[in-house]
Ligand binder design. Structure first.
Ligand code: SAH
Length: 366
């Protein structure tokens, strides 16, 4: 065999099967028609799936059995199988590791607060961005997730809440953050599809508010511009982690391509177009990026902008030397940002004792 042939014969990754959550209203109707069914059967199915959060087709008795079976076979392949679920905070934080159709593992987290429920979802199995402090980054990218694989993480949480399976009584999902595994803007089309499904009015979608959805990115500049033009005003969160290129080149390696200045310009342009306040994510790492001078530099860069800084105490990953900042340095960092008039909060570190978000739980389940 010649060397080049290996590449040609390498197995192509199979795509996840098509699922109702991949499709919009018209496409679902087309599938129903292609099965020889009246198009309105697709609407009935959507009402069960998204409207009533009823995932057991045997209860969909308004649809004749044969039609139900045809629709189920065509549009409801099993996409996510729970492998492990673990909770903390008295059951108000629940992480689930899911196995996908090809064996890839991803994770989602449900966080219940007194006034809302936030779901943190994965957009890729693994991640190609290689940030050295992030557990997911260490394993590389396995593959992009499909729109339905992303949406179904949220629907699984919504169903558990609706069925009163979560501490705190029946409830609903209010917020979705793309802060699980993966770089969402590197899987742009599937992620935009998911956002459309999450925000479409029930029963086409889940009827969530775009403002309750946060897209977290390392700063893929062209994609940030594209996102601004989608007309879906999601909240943009930029994982900055350093105000200077020298350090950011090492903490967020894509910075060698899109520099701090360019990423922030894209963020300001996003804020101008969408009128949405941008979040800046900054994991405070002891003696690496938490110096007072860096707080001042960050303050200067952000001063006067429509922005809010989220400081995240580093969640140490196995095998890494890095750890969270001293509380005194964290306080000084906050103080200096505030002195520049920049809004800042230190993120609550839910779920830390059960291995945080950031890929640690899935990594342990392999
Ligand atoms: N790829 C996207 C979204 C996934 S990570 C992004 O980078 O924004 C979500 C957030 O968690 C990012 O801000 C990321 O930098 C941060 N993060 C990753 N590992 C972390 C860790 N060990 N401790 C604290 N924050 C971490």
């Amino acid at each position: 065999m010649k060397p080049g042939e290996l590449v040609l014969t390498a197995p192509r990754a199979k795509k996840p099967p098509q699922h109702i959550s991949d499709l919009g209203h018209d496409q679902r109707r087309e599938v129903a028609s292609s099965l020889g069914l009246p198009a309105f059967r697709a609407d009935q199915m959507s009402r069960h799936w998204f409207g009533r959060l009823e995932d057991d087709p045997s209860t969909w008795t308004d649809i004749p059995l044969a039609a139900r079976e045809a629709l189920t076979a065509a549009l409801l392949p099993t996409l996510l199988v729970p492998v492990r679920s673990i909770d903390c905070d008295g059951g108000e934080t629940i992480k689930t590791v899911w196995k996908l159709f090809d064996g890839a593992l991803v994770e989602s987290v449900l966080m219940r607060y007194p006034d809302r429920v936030t779901m943190c979802v994965s957009s890729q199995a693994g991640c190609g961005m290689n940030c050295p402090f992030c557990a997911t980054g260490q394993g590389g990218l396995t593959r992009n997730m499909s729109t339905a694989e992303i949406v179904e993480q949220v629907l699984a949480g919504a169903r558990s809440l609706a069925r009163d399976e979560i501490v705190g009584g029946p409830g609903r999902v209010n917020n979705v953050v793309f802060m699980g595994m993966g770089e969402p803007l590197a899987n742009y089309n599937a992620v935009i599809g998911a956002v459309r499904r999450l925000t479409a009015k029930s029963p086409e979608g889940m009827g969530l508010s775009a403002r309750g959805i946060t897209m977290s990115t390392v700063g893929l500049v062209p994609r940030i511009h594209e996102l601004a033009d989608e007309g879906i005003p999601v909240t943009l969160a930029v994982s900055l982690h350093a105000p200077d290129d020298e350090l950011r080149d090492t903490l967020v390696p894509i910075n060698t391509r899109y520099k701090v200045g360019e990423v922030l310009e894209a963020a300001w342009s996003y804020a101008r177009k969408t009128h949405r306040r941008v979040s800046i994510e900054y994991a405070l790492i002891k003696d690496i990026n938490d110096q007072a001078w860096r707080a001042d530099l960050l303050g200067k860069l952000l001063k006067g902008r429509l922005v809010h800084v989220n400081l995240i105490p580093l969640n140490p990953t196995p095998g890494s030397q890095w750890t969270a900042s001293r509380k005194s340095d964290e306080r000084e960092f906050v103080r200096r940002l505030e002195a520049h008039g920049v809004a800042v909060t230190v993120r609550d570190t839910r779920g830390r004792e059960i291995d945080g978000a950031c890929g640690q739980l899935a990594a342990k389940s392999v």
